[in-house]
Design a protein around this ligand. Structure first.
Ligand code: ACM
Length: 529
């Protein structure tokens, strides 16, 4: 039996409500029978125990939060704003006026949870109260997403004099399998506006992602203002694949994206890809260009890879990178800085190793840990650096043997830019066709033979943007596969089952439609209207 410590203000509120309830003697509501196990929750929670009744969300509901904690209050406000958007219903947060309050949602901080994961949470749903317990605001935020997924589209208008949205009662105990659950967006091949990026982040939050990796630089464009090297954006941001206008984020805009993500307990991880994929930087400042095998910098709007390189033996290159890493680190709260490192085919191996080891030190100097694509395992990287597996399981093993953690992102399983099948409107197929079932039916934990679970930081679903340039196209490739990746990151393999998932995925239709998300209607799923 666990005990819960409620803040005084909450207890006072309860007492007031109790007195009011007694004085008014509200009519007992005859809730219909429900089954919490039938809810289309994604990711699937660890433990669900139904109690077959309901909580009635209506105009007499209020949200209260652990009041000493402004982060918890923000989580309560986020829930209220989403309820207002979905139902056109105003639910007050921490209101002092309790006269009209008959039911409460209480978001409580507690240490007494089964799981010690920072994002663990518990939901107790009863007739007159929902208690959401979490150790951290991040945990509370994840629990709020579960609660949002339990709110039905249709209200019941016959139980009381006003509409009531019935949330099935019961208890949920939940915690993530992996601490890192990421999605990446390539804003370099095509530029995506701040609003387009925020739209995707908000969708990822609904499915409990906690990391958003921005691929900010590539051959076709440099997308973030660096004040000490202005030509990066004056020259290097003005192109994209196919010859469009490109674009870039000012540092203020980047901070705005970071803050928007942080409100959703999502960390933004900036990537500056190097020493290859650097044509846009080299075009801006030709002194960085490595010559040798690398092609002379020019505006690139094609999709070729592996032809550009920084000069690994020029001091100016490292002075420049010191400025870049410093400026970005100052506006990026994430402990990680992604240094890319992939497909540097125009950099001799010896130069590549020298470069990665130097850049890793620069990143450390600015208080961050490097993440790099699996090629960086060729260098003598430090155990604090994270390897991101995309094409060579052996490199991931090698990095893990040296003590590095690994992010699992194999192209043939989790690249969102791979086409679903030969008929797909957008996407590429160099790694695989990835239909919705193949995207779901694999296990990140056993994908690399011999890689222990302790070495896996988590999973990430990258979306490269050679063939997409707006939200509609982005969503066509991301949805619905990214929803399955959310489950692969959160729910342990023993609890995943395609047939069961498929019907819960169909249950996402109201959310997808309400938010005008342009998802691919895979024929593998029965999308009931
Ligand atoms: C990659 O797909 N080049 C990381």
């Amino acid at each position: 039996m666990k005990t819960y410590v409620f803040p005084k203000s909450f207890l006072m509120g309860c007492v007031t409500i109790l007195i009011l309830s007694c004085s008014k003697i509200p009519k007992k509501i005859e809730y219909p029978e429900t089954d919490l196990r039938n809810a289309s929750l994604i990711p699937k929670p660890l433990k669900v125990v139904p109690t077959n009744s309901a909580f009635g969300l209506d105009a007499k509901t209020a949200i209260y939060t652990a009041q000493t904690d402004s982060e918890f209050e923000k989580v309560g406000q986020f829930l209220a704003s989403k309820i207002a958007f979905q139902l056109d219903l105003t639910v007050p947060v921490n209101t002092a006026e309790s006269e009209t309050v008959e039911r409460i949602i209480f978001i409580n901080r507690t240490e007494t949870l089964d799981s010690d994961a920072p994002e663990a949470y518990q939901l107790y749903i009863k007739n007159d109260s929902i208690l959401l317990n979490a150790r951290s605001a991040a945990g509370a935020f994840r629990g709020v997403q579960t609660l949002r997924q339990l709110i039905p589209e249709q209200s019941n208008d016959t139980l009381t004099t006003q509409p009531m949205w019935l949330i099935p009662s019961g208890k949920i105990d939940d915690a993530p399998n992996f601490e890192y659950r990421g999605a990446m967006l390539d804003v370099a091949r095509h530029f995506f506006t701040v609003d387009q990026v925020k739209r995707y982040i908000d969708q990822l939050a609904y499915y409990k992602f906690n990391a958003f990796h921005m691929h900010l630089t590539d051959d076709q464009g440099w997308r973030l203002e660096i004040k000490s090297w202005p030509k990066l954006t004056e020259v290097g941001a003005q192109s994209e694949v196919g010859g469009g206008p490109g674009g870039f984020y000012t540092q203020e805009e980047f901070k705005d994206i970071v803050a928007y993500a942080a409100e959703r307990h999502i960390e933004v991880i900036p990537e500056v890809d190097m020493p290859g994929h650097t044509n846009a930087a080299n075009l801006s400042y030709p002194i960085f260009h490595a010559k040798g095998k690398a092609e002379t910098p020019r505006v690139r709007t094609d999709m070729k890879v592996g032809y550009s390189s920084f000069d690994a033996y020029k001091d100016t290159v490292y002075a420049f990178l010191d400025d870049v890493v410093r400026e970005i680190s100052e506006i990026s709260p994430s402990p990680y800085f992604h240094i890319g490192g992939d497909e540097s085919h125009a950099t001799p191996k010896k130069d590549y190793i020298h470069f990665i080891e130097k850049v890793e030190k620069i990143v450390q100097k600015h208080g961050k840990r490097s993440i790099g694509w699996n090629e960086i395992a060729q260098a003598d990287i430090s155990p604090s650096t994270v390897g991101q597996l995309w094409n060579e399981p052996e490199s991931a093993l090698k990095a893990a043997e040296r003590g590095s953690k690994i992010i699992i992102s194999p192209a043939k399983k989790i690249y969102l830019d791979m086409k679903y099948d030969t008929l797909s409107k957008h996407g590429l197929n160099w790694a695989a066709y990835i239909p919705v079932d193949d995207a779901y039916n694999w296990d990140p934990e056993t994908y690399v033979k011999g890689l222990p679970k302790e070495s896996i930081l988590g999973i990430e679903a990258p979306l490269w943007s050679e063939t997409i340039s707006n939200s509609e196209e982005l969503e066509y490739l991301a949805f619905p596969r990214v929803i399955g990746y959310a489950e692969l990151g959160w729910t342990p393999a023993e609890q995943r089952d395609w047939e069961d998932y498929k019907s819960r995925l169909a249950g996402q239709l109201p959310y997808l439609q309400r938010n005008n998300i342009n998802f691919y209607r895979s024929p593998l799923v029965v999308w009931e209207e």
